[in-house]
Design a protein around this ligand. Sequence first.
Ligand code: RFL
Ligand code: PHB
Length: 389
Amino acid sequence: MKTQVAIIGGGPSGLLLGQLLHRRGIETVVLERKTKDYVLSRIRAGVLEQGLVALMEEAGCATRLHAEGYAHDGTLLACGDQMFRIDFKALTGKPVMVYGQTEVTRDLYEAREKAGAAIDFNVEDVAIHGADTDAPYLTYSVDGAPKRLDCDFIAGCDGFHGVSRQAIPLEVRREYEKIYPFGWLGILSKTPPVNHELIYANSPRGFALCSMRNHSLSRYYIQCSLSDKPEDWTDDAFWQELKRRIPPDQAAQLVTGPSIEKSIAPLRSFVTEPMRWGRLFLCGDAAHIVPPTGAKGLNTAASDVHYLYNGLRDYYEKGSVMGIDTYSEKALARVWKAERFSWWFSSLMHRYPDQSAFDLKMQAAELAFLASNTSAQKAMAENYVGLPY
Ligand code: RFL
Ligand code: PHB
């Protein structure tokens, strides 16, 4: 089999890139290790920047997003009993969109199926060959049958645990990583959100986040120990702990109910450089991870897709290699800014096991500064709604 762009990974990065290229008449094949149902069962991101919304529009996949998504003009930050608001709309002129990653992915799958574009599920043993030559190809198997896919370019959109990053030789690859000494325990529940905006809370008992998917579906997280298992936490224990970490007036309003999903995610900052090796381009979580504080993971994947899509368009439509040659540099410049914001916001909002009394005072002073200083709020808001591409 032959295609123009072989895409490894049918998560949001791979599907969005595939759909954008398809709309420009550029042929792609997507290879996904899991089933569609499995990919759609992963509960992940919930907050979309305008840049991602614009890409979904360009991909022709934004109808449901506009009908069912919620524009949020601000967010709430709580510290103990105090709570203040960052007004995105007033500070930047832009809102963010609350619409689940699951729904983004569902819309992209639907569009790909409608377009009749190729996608292989349950692929095994994907291997990249000749990425540093003019004739790259992939080998893989489906149900034990060996397959080969020749292509012009390979997009490595296979997430943090994929094979694409590992295909870049060690002497070329540089990796930067920070592991945080805690995780996030998250639940999804069919209950109305406690507030119409998200609440990020720094409490003496640890971080908490009140988020949502829609008016009757809530997503809540609490900072937990890395050794905790989801089964250690009954629903009741989760709700009790959440109530202790958010301001009392919010806790009094919280509607609880059975969880329909419960999972623990570790927190990590990670970047690999470069994001391009020959004809292989890394996109999204395959190249970088942020801690979820600030909701930058999916959004940063989207900015990579933007740069790669435009680079590939310039190649196929104008014969120019400029866009693909500058892909890694452009993508990384924005990635590092998202890394900085996510690291800063995580450091501000969590309790660390080794935090000294001085460290705690610094955190409290920074929160007090943010609560009262418009310039600090503007910097936070500009990062949260998304830096320009
Ligand atoms: P994905 O979503 O991991 O998709 C990669 C796909 O590749 C497949 N794959 C392979 N396929 C073929 N061959 C192989 N060898 C393969 N290896 C892997 C996988 O099965 C998978 O389907 O990466 P992608 O597309 O780059 O998308 C990245 C986002 O999923 C991620 O950044 C976000 O979910 C991060 N994130 C958030 N991002 C936001 O922008 N806003 C948020 O509010 C937000 N909240 C979150 C999050 C991530 C979380 N977790 C669990 C890590 C909240 C959480 C709790
Ligand atoms: C979510 O709704 O899953 C979510 C929202 C904001 C974040 C992280 C996760 O910063």
